[in-house]
Write a protein that binds this ligand. Sequence first.
Ligand SMILES: Nc1ncnc2c1ncn2[C@@H]1O[C@H](COP(=O)(O)OP(=O)(O)OP(=O)(O)O)[C@@H](O)[C@H]1O
Ligand SMILES: [Mg+2]
Length: 228
Amino acid sequence: MNNSEIILQCHSVHQIFKDGDTEIPVLNGIDFQIEHGESVAIMGASGAGKSTLLQLLGGLDNPTSGSVILKGNDFSKQNSKKRGLLRNQYLGFVYQFHHLLPEFSALENVMMPLLIAKESKKSASIKAEQLLTKVGLKDRLTHRPAQLSGGERQRAAIARALVTNPACLLADEPTGNLDESTASEVMELMLELNKQQNNGMIIVTHDKHLASKMNKIYELSGGHLVRQ
Ligand SMILES: Nc1ncnc2c1ncn2[C@@H]1O[C@H](COP(=O)(O)OP(=O)(O)OP(=O)(O)O)[C@@H](O)[C@H]1O
Ligand SMILES: [Mg+2]
C-alpha cells in the first residue's frame, strides 16, 4: 500500500436540511482530504455541522450536492451493500455514545467487525483479545456493556473501531462523556494505535487540549472548514 495516498476526500460538499418550507443550510461547500499518517481535529460550535460532516465522510448519509470519495470509490455511485463493505474495509467509527451491542460481551463486540469481514472466529477472537488487552480491558472480556463503566465502554468501542486496522478512524467526541484524565488516556491510546498503524484519524472534539495533539486543526463555521 502506498502510504502517502489519500484515504478519504470530499469535494464541494453541501448539506441543506429541510424543515417544512424552510431550508437549513448546514454545510456550504466543504473540500477536505486526509492521507495516511495524518490526524485531524474538527472543532466548532454546537450545531455547526460537525456530526453532519462526519456522517457524510463515513458514507452514512448523502450530501445535497458534492462528492465523498473513499479510496477512489465515490459513495454516491455505490449501492448500500457496497457502501457497507467499503466502510467495513476502510473505516472505523467511534461515536459519542458507545453503540456497543448490549447482548454481547466486550470480546464479542470487538470481534464483530472482523466476523463481518469474514475472518475466522478463532483469528477474530485472538485479535479482539489483543486489542482489548491494549486498551486495559484484559480482565473484562466476558463483561457485557452494562457491566462496564462508562470509560471502559468507550475503550471497548475504540477497540472495536480499530480492530480491523482501518485506513481512517472517524470519531465524534469520543471522549465527550469521560472525566478529564480518562479522556486524555483514551485519546493517547487512539493516537498511539493510529500512529503505529500509520492510518488517518479524524476527531470531532470541543477540547482544545485534545485537538492540539492532532497534526491539523479545522474550525467548522458558517458551513465552511477553516484551517486553524
Ligand atoms: N436530519 C436532520 N434534519 C434536519 N436538521 C438536521 C438534521 N441533522 C442535523 N440537523 C441540523 O443541522 C445542524 C448541525 O447539526 P450537527 O449535529 O451536525 O451539529 P454539531 O456541530 O455536531 O453539534 P454538536 O457539537 O452539538 O454535536 C443543527 O442545527 C441540526 O439541528
Ligand atoms: Mg455533534
